[in-house]
Write a protein that binds this ligand. Sequence first.
Ligand SMILES: [Ca+2]
Ligand SMILES: [Ca+2]
Length: 495
Amino acid sequence: MMKKRIAELLLTAMLLASFAACGEAKPDSPTVTGADPSVSVNPEAEETAAPETEEVPFEAEVYDLGGRDIVVYMSGNWAFDDFEAEEMTGEALNDARYQTNTTVCDMYDINLRTDNHGGEASGGQGAGYKAITNTNMAGSTEYAFASVGCYDVSTLAYQGHILDLNKVKNIDLEKPWWDPKANEQLSVKGRMFYTTGDIGVLDNDCTYCILFNKQVATNFGLESPYDLVRENRWTYDKFIEMADTCDADLDGDGKFTNDDAYGILIWQDSVIGMLHASGGRCATINPDGTIELTLNTEQNVDVLTTWLTDRTKSFSYFLEAGTDDASHATFTGNRCLFYTRYLRAVSWFRDLEADFGILPYPKWTAEQRDFCNTMHAYGTSYVCIPLVAADVDETGAVIEALAYYGRMYITPAYYDVNLKGKYFRDEESADMLDLIFETRFFDVGMYYQLGGYNERVITMMQQNDTDFASMYAKNEKVANKLLSKINDAFAEMGN
Ligand SMILES: [Ca+2]
Ligand SMILES: [Ca+2]
């Protein structure tokens, strides 16, 4: 981490030097964090200095598309408004989207429209699956491209209904506006059927994180969690040790309720977040393109059993469905140290007086190479192109441009919105956001819902069940059966 950060700073310094030499310093060049660029040119600067975003040229073709409509089909379990902005409103994210859209529309002479089915069920054969398979079958080219819910888009991929983005002219997934870890972890024999990156913010909102209440940390004289992250001491054991100092039966009634104090407010899906944070995956795509079930490793069993057990301890407050406001009061009322959720939660609290920061999920041990932060499969949607599509070169260029300008406008706006509190700006969390996005993690085993493990571990969480081994064994056969079908389908696509 340290080495990488210094390398980035050096690179940034070199780039800035070369811009200066050419007399091309661009005052409006985008920064990921909005930090003062003069801070990051100094390699001696503290590690907290946020690196300037590297300037990378846009290299896709620019076409004159004669005012044609480009319709984006959108679906997924969460409602979302990526690609949508009708006018400038003063709201940072809306305006960044508007700026992105108008720039790309002018550049290509297109009319960008959406057909938004966000919030409709996406369970593998949901709205997005049906829409894309139906248009393919009808030979319709109504949708230029799509953003489809995770469970649906992964089904579309193995059934051959969407294009390999690596073969689309004008899309270059190696560019920094696309997620590099997605390339690494979602490729099947070099094919990439769907991806994500700066093109939207739904994926950001669905990214798991841990919020921590700064007042509670101060009250208990705890170490700065930001320092722990920087010093590679932010581990699962440290996380639990800190949580375990903060619980108290405040009203002395012998029960733990909304009125008491806790170490961790726990969201049920955190069970998947914790597995992924340790580097464990339900399934892994091997270099030969075959997908393998990798859930039942010694370490994964250890991680899951430990977290499922810690969830039952008195420092843990399990968030029951539908009681968010009452449960959140423990966090916003400075009676809870950590809250395991996703980045969307930041927007719920920034207007409140509670002073909180953003952290990655902890490493399982300090020996683990990287932090690993996953995205919420249920809520995320991915960009894809239907198999039956017209003018794919042109569509590819438009998609590439939306992602390029998304990096310039949308991602910085996302940082601004999520770091800006009522009374202060949380600059240290900017570094954490960088880290979280850089280390994002993809697990197709969850997307394909192999063995229903994605839901079953959550049910275990709800039911205080800690016997992972039995649950795993009961569902392994079903998991492998579906996996064979998927592997056969990908194998049939040849090389
Ligand atoms: Ca994004
Ligand atoms: Ca009590």
